[in-house]
Design a protein around this ligand. Structure first.
Ligand code: CUA
Length: 338
């Protein structure tokens, strides 16, 4: 190898090293990684610990391999007594067989311990929530309390909740980076996982398995309340909203029941019992529309009703064109659904 080739190899090597370090740093600071590494519950905390141990080991091993590589490239070549060759053989046995074997066994043991430990929470779950994934939204049911909502999961802070997970169509994956690891949702099997948040707050969840055109817009929120607040939320949800008293909202209810909305959506306490789309009984209290697509404001809701395909092409809701007066009445009605 001549001088020029050697220096160009060195250039390529240092560029690759810089790139690897850059990619590693990028992963650490990227939004997704940062949220999983900023745990807000015991399960995510255990997973984050595992991640940091693996990351630290990778950094040490990477530095060791780079040092051996540098030694190979820039070390002395002459070896009259065969010492370098003996050292090389030892290095291959220790660094190439013994150390990787121990590291892999150690990590496997730690990983298995965490996985088994995470199967069950430390205390008995205080509620069960059934979550069914659809292309591309989340049906959320509280079977012990007989009501359903969508794209929002309310839980008590500091207490575990059991989630039963099922898919109505393709494989999706349930993931709340700050609270738990991922869990696939299968059409032919009801899976189980538990959630616990240390503090009251709102935590974003995202489908983590590519499930079609709008996979990215398949989000949900986990809202953790103080336990007493959660109990009263459960209670409130069991009573459907009363029929509107206001004339405009009353006309809006007729629009809702007569213009096709009720074929796909449920509003408990009315004749609307469609099961194709999300249950809308508490729509006005939700923070977002279309599984994280839009903020739940009057304007966004109007745009969504008229043509949701503009915001989420391929979703099952067809455009629902209607005279402006009907739309205003309908909005007035939907605002009463809390
Ligand atoms: Cu559902 Cu990706």
């Amino acid at each position: 190898m001549n001088q020029r080739e050697t220096s160009s190899h060195r250039g390529v090597l240092s560029r690759y090293s810089a790139l690897s370090v850059g990619v590693a740093l990028l992963l650490v600071v990227s939004g997704c990684g940062a949220r999983a590494l900023d745990p807000a519950g015991p399960a995510a905390a255990a997973i984050a610990d595992l991640w940091w141990v693996m990351f630290a080991l990778s950094v040490i091993i990477f530095a060791g391999v780079m040092a051996a590589l540098a030694f190979g490239i820039w070390g002395r070549r002459d070896d009259p007594e065969g010492r370098r060759e003996r050292l090389g053989r030892h290095l291959v046995m220790i660094g190439g067989v013994l150390v990787p074997g121990l590291v892999i066994l150690g990590l496997m043991a730690y990983n298995t311990y965490i996985t088994v430990d995470l199967e069950e929470p430390d205390s008995t779950p205080v509620a069960t929530v059934y979550v069914e994934s659809h292309q591309w939204w989340w049906h959320v049911e509280y079977p012990d309390h007989d009501f359903a909502t969508a794209n929002e999961i309310h839980i008590p802070a500091g207490q575990p909740v059991t989630l039963r997970l099922h898919s109505s169509d393709v494989i999706h994956s349930f993931w709340v980076p700050e609270l738990q690891g991922k869990r696939d949702m299968m059409p032919d099997h009801v899976g189980q996982i538990w959630l616990q948040a240390d503090e009251p707050g709102t935590y974003r969840g995202q489908c983590a398995e590519f499930c079609g055109l709008q996979h990215a817009k398949m989000q949900f929120l986990v809202i953790a309340h103080e336990p007493a607040e959660f109990e009263s939320w459960l209670e409130e949800q069991q009573t459907p909203p009363p029929d509107p008293v206001d004339d405009q909202a009353l006309r809006g209810q007729q629009v809702f029941l007569e213009s096709g909305c009720a074929d796909c959506h449920t509003v408990r306490g009315t004749d609307a019992a469609g099961e194709v789309g999300p249950d809308l009984t508490n729509l006005a209290s939700r923070r977002e529309l279309g599984a994280g697509t839009l903020t739940n404001t009057r304007e966004n809701l109007a745009d969504w009703i008229i043509d949701s395909q503009r915001f989420k092409p391929g979703n099952l809701m067809p455009p629902v064109p209607m005279p402006d007066q009907d739309l205003q009445d309908l909005l007035a009605y939907l605002e009463t659904l809390r």
